[in-house]
Write a protein that binds this ligand. Structure first.
Ligand code: MN
Length: 492
């Protein structure tokens, strides 16, 4: 399922024109190729940058954009106007563009040399050429990322790398299949949504598979296969239970669910405790394991959070933190030090764990099934985000909340599930107020790796409304933003 990030190509195009003559055009190409070589060595660049062309005519640009659209390996296009590139010749090409677009505003030289003459200035005029390009992309209302600064600087490379991850997320999104075992939890609103609209906007193919078919798949799993998986569990987790038969049921479920997902070409799934006909346990450990392997998961039939979990996991591949499905569960309202405790009934992703997770078996008060095995652990401390995508009726809204995860403030030996504790920005009261004001779900994606900027860029590529709750958020400002945004989206 996981694609090596380097398989994502980003085509680098330098803009120019024939008026400058061959010498200048050769210099432009050499400079662009050198920049690409340096970018590819930068640790913050996740994909492969390919110097594609110095574009000089309307036809060249149009052909290049058509090729970029058609080529699956091309995940995004990066442009830079080393010299002046009259932008009317970009219109026919850009009108066709279907790939994420980054306009890099930089220049080959860092400093103006003491011996500057007219030749030097004519070659190194991105300050001039990029403004012409800025006009046409603005005039075309083209969704694009603009990165400004010297190309050798870490901060600039990090911005480019972050956007590349957003573009990778767009590519993952447009090819994503989600399997739903059963429907949504009865009567719940936020887990519903327009799956046709989601496929039009985001590309998600969300379809149901019968729980009965999963049960048949479970019956087909052999004891030998379960033995092998139990060995893997013993290697990776500590056993805090003697009830191995309960753990074996989860192993059986893990193997069977993965088989269905592989057969369907799906990278995300949902289930609900209300529809487990023929199953002995709600998948707990099984879902956690699949999350750890990169699959998206959403509880109670929540296909939107499941899809987003997978997309963010793919975007952040190779980063050191972790990403998983999360639910705001309960608060500690100590004045001045208010905290949220997040968890789920079972399905918290082990990539969030601070230490080696323990396998435990406890009864589950709902669903009427046998006590399920699950991984129990505390989440890591560190900066993180919560992301929730909701259906506003006529459009989707992505809400991202900056938070600071902390070590849970005391031991919770009687709590039988994995848990993560965090401090909201700007503070719990304002942050929760803001989240509720914009309709954020009780389910979210929790990520130590993704940033609000990365998800904002993804939302812009996908043409989805974006709301960011951060350290400077005020309720007054947010109300105004939501009011204006509602009008703007209705006008489109
Ligand atoms: Mn839930």
């Amino acid at each position: 399922m996981k694609k090596n990030l380097k398989e994502n190509q980003f085509w680098f195009v330098a803009g120019s024109q024939n008026m400058y003559g061959p010498e200048v055009l050769v210099a432009v190409s050499e400079h662009a190729a050198e920049m690409v070589e340096v970018l590819n060595k930068a640790p913050s660049i996740p994909g492969e940058v390919i110097y594609k062309a110095t574009a000089k005519t309307n036809e060249e640009i149009k052909d290049l954009i058509k090729e970029a659209n058609y080529e699956d390996r091309c995940t995004g296009v990066i442009v830079w106007m080393h010299t002046f590139s009259p932008s009317k010749m970009w219109i026919n090409g850009l009108a066709l563009l279907q790939k994420p677009y980054l306009h890099l505003h930089t220049q080959y030289n860092r400093n103006i040399p003491g011996g500057i003459d007219m030749d030097f200035m004519n070659l190194n005029q991105a300050a001039h050429g990029d403004r012409e390009h800025g006009f046409i992309t603005a005039r075309l209302r083209l969704p694009r990322k603009i990165v400004v600064g010297y190309w050798q600087d870490d901060a600039v490379q990090e911005k480019i790398g972050s956007w590349m991850r957003s573009a990778i997320g767009a590519s993952v999104s447009r090819n994503l299949k989600v399997v739903r075992f059963g429907d949504n939890m009865r009567h719940v609103a936020v887990t519903e949504g327009d799956k046709v609209e989601a496929q039009i906007k985001l590309g998600w193919q969300v379809n149901t598979q019968a729980v009965g078919a999963l049960v048949s798949e479970m019956d087909a799993v052999t004891d030998t296969e379960i033995d092998a998986l139990m060995d893997e569990y013993r290697e990776n987790y500590s056993f805090a239970t003697d009830d191995t038969s309960a753990v074996r049921i989860q192993a059986r479920e893990e193997i069977a669910i993965r088989r269905v997902l592989e057969r369907e070409g799906a990278s995300a799934f949902t289930n609900t405790f209300e529809d487990l006909t023929g199953m002995k346990q709600l998948p707990g450990l099984a879902s956690q394991r699949l999350l750890e392997q990169g699959y998206g998961y959403g509880g109670e039939g929540d296909w939107k959070v499941s899809a987003m979990t997978h997309i963010i996991k793919e975007m952040t591949q190779g980063m050191p933190g972790g990403t998983g499905f999360m639910e705001d569960y309960t608060y500690d309202l100590e004045p001045g030090n208010e905290m949220s405790l997040g968890a789920h009934m079972l399905e918290v992703c082990p990539t969030l764990a601070a230490d080696k997770p323990r396998i435990e078996v406890h009864p589950l008060g709902i669903g009427g099934k046998e006590p399920p095995a699950r991984l129990v652990f505390e989440g890591k401390a560190g900066k993180a985000i919560l992301a929730s995508i909701i259906d506003m009726g006529g459009r989707l809204r992505l809400i991202v909340h900056d938070v600071e995860a902390v070590k849970p403030i005391f031991e919770m030996p009687d709590l039988p599930v994995a848990r993560v504790m965090w401090k909201a920005t700007p503070d719990l009261l304002t942050g929760s107020h803001a989240w509720i004001l914009c309709g954020g779900a009780h389910h979210a994606v929790f990520s130590y790796d993704a940033t609000a900027e990365m998800l904002e860029d993804w939302a812009e590529i996908m043409d989805v409304e974006f709301v960011h709750i951060h350290k400077d958020t005020t309720i007054e400002g947010l109300k105004q933003q939501l009011f204006l945004s509602d009008i703007a989206w209705k006008l489109r």
